[in-house]
Design a protein around this ligand. Sequence first.
Ligand code: SAH
Length: 255
Amino acid sequence: MSRPRLLVNGPWARGQVLALKGRDARRLTRVLRLEKGDILSIFDGQGMEGGARILELRGWAEVKLEVLWVERARAESPLKIHLVQGLPKWPKMELVVQKVTELGVEEVCGLLARRSVPWSGRTEKWKRLERIVEEASRQCGRANVPRLSGPWKLEEFLQYQREKPGARLLLWEGERINSLKAALETWEIPPEEVWLAVGPEGGFDEEEVKVMTRWGYTPVSMGPRILRTETASMAVVAIAQYLWGDMGDQASGMP
Ligand code: SAH
């Protein structure tokens, strides 16, 4: 069984003693039932991994850890993927952010598309998404926690991303000429960064496709079938990761 892993906000250094309280302390003592001397993996959410030993347990409420080693994480892809997700109904968004975190995205930009179904209690739901992304990073062995940005109106989003580098693709089921494959093959040198826009259940409307095309997003077809939004997001992230990231030719090498 792989070593227990915990997100511990950094920075931390070898030899440092960290005091954990609250939810984190309870997770170690009550959920994982760790004891003094046990070793666990820690990650800071910004790309650093480490190992720590439990020095002291004060009931469930406080745990003292000693950092034993620190290293740069290996589970990060060289390709920075920004998934621009037209907000779907709430349960689908939970699924999408969890799966694309495992697939290695750098950022999920929540887009309030015209056909997005508004969420009740959006603030709490957004916080829940942040916890899902943290938990998925922990589970899959990432030391980076992807950024969740938005929810944006289209114009706000386009301003937010305007100076940022990267290839830009807009997944559009109405595209009759440009296939995803053809678009990907136009890049002789694989891009280091890519922005992938996927519509909500109802899709992007014609006006949104026009505006995003004007802002440099190439509309591409993902083939003859109409994919659900969550299928399209996971598929296109996996394809990009396979072609230009670290899912095609790297043995996992996980401990
Ligand atoms: N309302 C549309 C489906 C939208 S599917 C309809 O029923 O016809 C949700 C999103 O998945 C779309 O906005 C698009 O971004 C993506 N998608 C689904 N199938 C696709 C395909 N064959 N090619 C490109 N994008 C696709």
